[in-house]
Design a protein around this ligand. Structure first.
Ligand SMILES: NC(=O)c1ccc[n+]([C@@H]2O[C@H](COP(=O)([O-])OP(=O)(O)OC[C@H]3O[C@@H](n4cnc5c(N)ncnc54)[C@H](OP(=O)(O)O)[C@@H]3O)[C@@H](O)[C@H]2O)c1
Length: 210
């Protein structure tokens, strides 16, 4: 059975996946780039100059074996993007998904076909319904749950995530989009492992028990 997987989801020590306020100028709010500096330093991001150690090995798994992605409305654009008929996401003409990509929003619009195999579909649906649609599109491949925090939280809470890779970044944000609310006793249903990287981040993997 293909899996539902989260990769490279970065959180602060206090569990925020984004700062605030999110805006066109600052997609991650007061967090800026700090949640993802570990990734920018890898060969996953910078093929020529990036480091090829632990962080790069984890980061590269983001690309392996996916046939569809699901993301939240706040990952797709800044607050209010639904009012802009020309908004096509942050990623330019050729987004890095290369699969059907389902954007959960209470204000859906017609699909948007981009270069390179990404088509954005806008879906007002429960997590279980969204997984069913994405699984159908993905065929034998896995479904990536791309974030942000509230979507990851909702899908984990609904028991729909098989594998979760978090990257704990040693910063304290204090406010923003929080991952952990409502996920009490997650350790009862997942095997949890951690790997410390020389870069200072800690990779956590949560693998659902069979
Ligand atoms: N830390 C990381 O690694 C990482 C990864 C990805 C993204 N991010 C960042 O995280 C931030 C976004 O996270 P977030 O927690 O604020 O928001 P989010 O999870 O991206 O999106 C939440 C929004 O999606 C829509 N939505 C969610 N479930 C839905 C459903 N079942 N049906 C219909 N609509 C649904 C709702 O928007 P509407 O009601 O407005 O439609 C909801 O407010 C951004 O800054 C993004 O860049 C961080």
């Amino acid at each position: 059975m293909p899996l539902v997987r989260v990769h490279n989801f970065s959180i602060s020590l206090d569990g925020f996946g984004s700062g605030e306020p999110q805006s066109l100028e600052s997609p991650f709010g007061h967090a800026g780039q700090r949640l993802h500096e570990w990734m920018f330093a890898t060969s996953f991001w910078d093929r020529e100059a990036g480091q090829r150690g632990v962080d790069a090995v984890f980061a590269a798994r983001h690309e392996l074996g996916f046939g569809a992605e699901i993301m939240g409305a706040n990952k797709f654009g800044p607050p209010g993007w639904q009012d802009d008929p020309d908004w096509q996401g942050w990623w330019g003409d050729e987004p890095p998904f290369h699969t059907p990509t389902y954007v959960l929003t209470h204000r859906p619009r017609p699909p948007l076909e981009m270069a390179g195999g990404t088509t954005f579909h806008f879906l007002d649906a429960s997590p279980a319904e969204a997984i069913a649609v994405a699984r159908e599109a993905a065929g034998d491949l896995d479904v990536r749950l791309g974030g942000g925090a509230s979507v990851v939280r909702d899908f984990v809470a609904a028991g729909l995530v098989d594998h979760l890779h978090l990257v704990v970044v040693p910063i304290v944000l204090g406010r923003g989009a929080r991952l952990w609310d409502g996920l009490e006793a997650l350790e009862d249903t997942f095997d949890i492992e951690s790997v410390s990287s020389p870069s200072g981040v800690t990779h956590l993997t949560f693998t659902k028990r069979g």
